[in-house]
Each structure stands twice: as structure tokens, then as C-alpha cells.
Design a protein around this ligand. Structure first.
Ligand code: C5P
Length: 217
């Protein structure tokens, strides 16, 4: 059972995907964490993240390992636990530019496909292009949406009191960059089920997705 969950930031993708995977005994892969990890490595190693050629030449260098236990997802870069640093604001501001580079996408996509192929009990994979590009044959594809206001409010809550207006602007900017890039942009697959989470609690979204998975099993 391969479940692809895509959608823009702040729609509840990560919380939903982890909870659904834990409840159904599936593995879990946060593909955004992988793009954040490669971005963090580039920043830490002095790669100019405004230079697509420099990003492309460095794309194959770091070793990125994702742990797929939904109750304790991990990410290491060259053997170092990067779970904390990849959430820093600097990484968030630069990740869209790095993830738009085709060489980065090719490398990370290959990693994602091999993790999904090795998940014997099935996996929930969350991201932006999982249903369209990474795993087009997924058993179930879900596309989560929510109003920009709801998404910004959730994100500022996670960031412990960050300014909602500034968060909303940053989020809209990142979604626009992710949706307009040439290589596998953020998009809903034709055969994905769209779930608008604006007026739903997290618990309701989880229940909705669990029901959809059970119907496919
Ligand atoms: O999900 P998260 O917000 O952590 O993702 C960070 C960034 O990684 C996104 O804004 C996007 O640029 C990139 N990403 C992507 N493709 C994916 C997952 C994330 O390009 N499948």
C-alpha cells in the first residue's frame, strides 16, 4: 500500500501523514525534509544558493538518510542529525530555489523511489509531486488544501507566535515558487482525492484519510 499525500504548506500534511502511518502500521517519508536537508548542506558548505549551476554541481555530494518510523522520523546528512537545523528560517527561505534545480530533484526522487520500494509493509509519502512524478502508480493519492488564512494561522502556531501576516506572505511566496517551477511543480494529480482541510480539525482530516486508505485495502 503506497499512499501519496501532496499539497501546499500548512495544510496539515505532516501531522496527518505521520498519524495515518502510525495508525495503519505503515512507514512514513517526509520528502520536504529531504529537500530541506540538501538545502541546509548547501548553506553550511558555502554553496551559492542563488546559482543554479553551483547547486547542480553539488547536488550529488551530501549523503542523506531518512528514518521512516512515523513516531520518530529522522534525517541525517553525512551522518549528522539534521532534524533541528532543517527547520530554521534561513533554510525555509532558500529551499524553494534549491528544490527547483533539476539535478537536485533527480537525485532526491531516486532516493524517494528506493525508500518506497523497500517499505515492505507499505508507506505514506508526503510532499509536493509524489502523486504526479515520484510515485505515479501509488495506490491512493490525496491532495490536501486549505485557505491561505488557515494555513498561515496553523504555521504561526507551530512557529510559536510568529507574526501571522508575515507568515502568510512567506507561505504564499514559497507556494508560488513551488507551483511555477519547470521540473515537477506542486500539483494535484488527475486521480488524486482533494480534501479541503480549512474547516476540519486535524483529527477529522486523519479520520478522513484513514477511511480512504481502508477503502483501498
Ligand atoms: O514540506 P516542507 O514545507 O518541509 O517542504 C519544504 C520545501 O521542499 C517545499 O517548499 C518545496 O520547495 C520542497 N519540496 C519539493 N518537493 C517535495 C517536497 C518538498 O519541492 N516533494
Amino acid at each position: 500500500m503506497i499512499v501519496a499525500i501532496d499539497g501546499p504548506s500548512g495544510t496539515g500534511k505532516s501531522s496527518t501523514s505521520k498519524a495515518v502511518a502510525a495508525k495503519l502500521g505503515l512507514s512514513y517519508l517526509d520528502t520536504g525534509a529531504q529537500y530541506r536537508a540538501i538545502t541546509w548542506w548547501m548553506i553550511s558548505n558555502g554553496v551559492d544558493v542563488t546559482d543554479a549551476d553551483a547547486i547542480a554541481s553539488a547536488a550529488g555530494k551530501p549523503s542523506i538518510v531518512s528514518g521512516t518510523d512515523p513516531s520518530h522520523p529522522t534525517i541525517t546528512v553525512d551522518g549528522v542529525d539534521a532534524s533541528g537545523p532543517i527547520r530554521e528560517q534561513d533554510v525555509t527561505a532558500k529551499v524553494s530555489a534549491v528544490s527547483a534545480v533539476p539535478e537536485v530533484r533527480a537525485r532526491i526522487t531516486e532516493l524517494q523511489r528506493s525508500i518506497a520500494a523497500g517499505a515492505e509493509n507499505g508507506i505514506v509519502v508526503e510532499g509536493r509531486d509524489i502523486g504526479t512524478t515520484v510515485l505515479p502508480d501509488a495506490d491512493l493519492k490525496i491532495f490536501l488544501t486549505a485557505s491561505p488564512e488557515a494555513r498561515a494561522a496553523r504555521r504561526s502556531g507551530e512557529l510559536k507566535g510568529a507574526d501571522v501576516h508575515a507568515t502568510r506572505e512567506a507561505l504564499i511566496k514559497r507556494d508560488a515558487a513551488d507551483s511555477s517551477r519547470k521540473t515537477s511543480p506542486l500539483a494535484k494529480a488527475d486521480d488524486a482525492v482533494e480534501v479541503d482541510t480549512t474547516d476540519l480539525t486535524l483529527q477529522q482530516v486523519i479520520e478522513c484519510v484513514v477511511t480512504l486508505v481502508e477503502e483501498k485495502r
